[in-house]
Ligand binder design. Structure first.
Ligand code: FES
Length: 68
């Protein structure tokens, strides 16, 4: 698994194509090869990134993590 924390942006997590999201008691199955999680706190679709970081001027370093 590879996790990329984008410079000035979200956390990207590669998936096998399907993933389960549980927020409180609500649970849903979503599809996608990459999940973008908000780390700026401005998204209106938390925990997912909706692009609000760009309008908010969020700034932070990027990081890549390889999990074996
Ligand atoms: S990181 Fe994109 S909206 Fe927060």
């Amino acid at each position: 698994m590879r996790i990329r924390i984008l410079k000035d942006g979200p956390v990207l997590i590669e998936t096998s194509g399907k993933f389960k999201v549980k927020v409180g008691e609500k649970e849903e199955i979503r599809e996608g090869k990459v999940v973008a999680l908000c780390r700026c706190g401005r998204s209106n679709d938390k925990p997912f990134c909706d692009g609000s970081h760009a309008r908010a001027g969020f700034r932070a370093e990027g990081v890549e993590i390889e999990v074996e």
